[in-house]
Design a binder for this molecule. Sequence first.
Ligand SMILES: Nc1ncnc2c1ncn2[C@@H]1O[C@H](COP(=O)(O)OP(=O)(O)O)[C@@H](O)[C@H]1O
Ligand SMILES: [Mg+2]
Length: 290
Amino acid sequence: MFIAVCCDRGAPGSTTTTLALGVSALEPTIVVEADPYGGDLALRCTAPGGKVFPSLPTVLTLAAEARSSIDPGLVAGKAQEFTGWTRIVPGHLSAEQAAGVKSWAPLAQALRASALRTVVDLGRIHSGSPTLPVAAAADVLVTVTRPEMGSVIHLRERLERMAPVLAKLRNAPAVVVPVVVTSKRIAPAVVAEVRQLLAASEGIADVGWIAWDPVGVERMQAGQVSGKDARTALLRSAATVNEQLERAANVPPGISQARNVQADGARTRDGKAGRASNPWVRAVEARMGA
Ligand SMILES: Nc1ncnc2c1ncn2[C@@H]1O[C@H](COP(=O)(O)OP(=O)(O)O)[C@@H](O)[C@H]1O
Ligand SMILES: [Mg+2]
């Protein structure tokens, strides 16, 4: 499955939500930071062993190689280990570096071709964004919003403008799941309100929520995602959103096959159980038919 995550002006949370949807998945996932204006995923996250992520490869390396290859292993080949189940392709640091990318369409193709689940952070997006082909190629588009009425109204306007452009690019209406970042206490009321506000908007498959959880964010970025750390409000809410996304996207059959392969794999940060039982390695082998 290929999930794209974006947000609107004034509604941050796109990168954090993307990482949470990656880390809380039940299968190995590649998190790609493809915000054309640059990102800081590699700086925020701690690599295994308390290390710093190397500055390369970034999404720009991937975008460049995607011009000449649509290998199903291309995205995985550029991803760096974060946790036992999650790998990341960090973004470039500053917007100027992306000037050389004339088109994001090859990256969209590479992500679509990826044998493994991908969650891609597009940052702020609008109907003229260069990364629109990536949003259009995704199985499902998550739009991150804040619980304020203004944010949701903005989102509704944006979706109205983006819907025809996305539909034209993908020859079908986009499947959109808005997600509100809010505290657990008010989440049910907020989700109900957002549903109502977006009732007349096209292509909304469902509405979800992600917990506002600063401690959970910190632990996740430190790579602490197993045991009790997997039970933070942030990761629990993200796991529920993942279920909603699977339903919204009508997950293709390949997924369950890979799931079975990994079901008995240990969910450890660094694949302590060794290569043979490393869920990541086994998933790659299963998907690639190795
Ligand atoms: N669910 C959340 N709980 C707590 N803090 C969050 C959450 N989502 C985002 N934040 C915080 O809000 C700020 C902006 O989030 P970020 O994900 O970087 O947004 P964007 O990528 O859209 O700019 C960061 O400091 C981040 O830690
Ligand atoms: Mg960001």
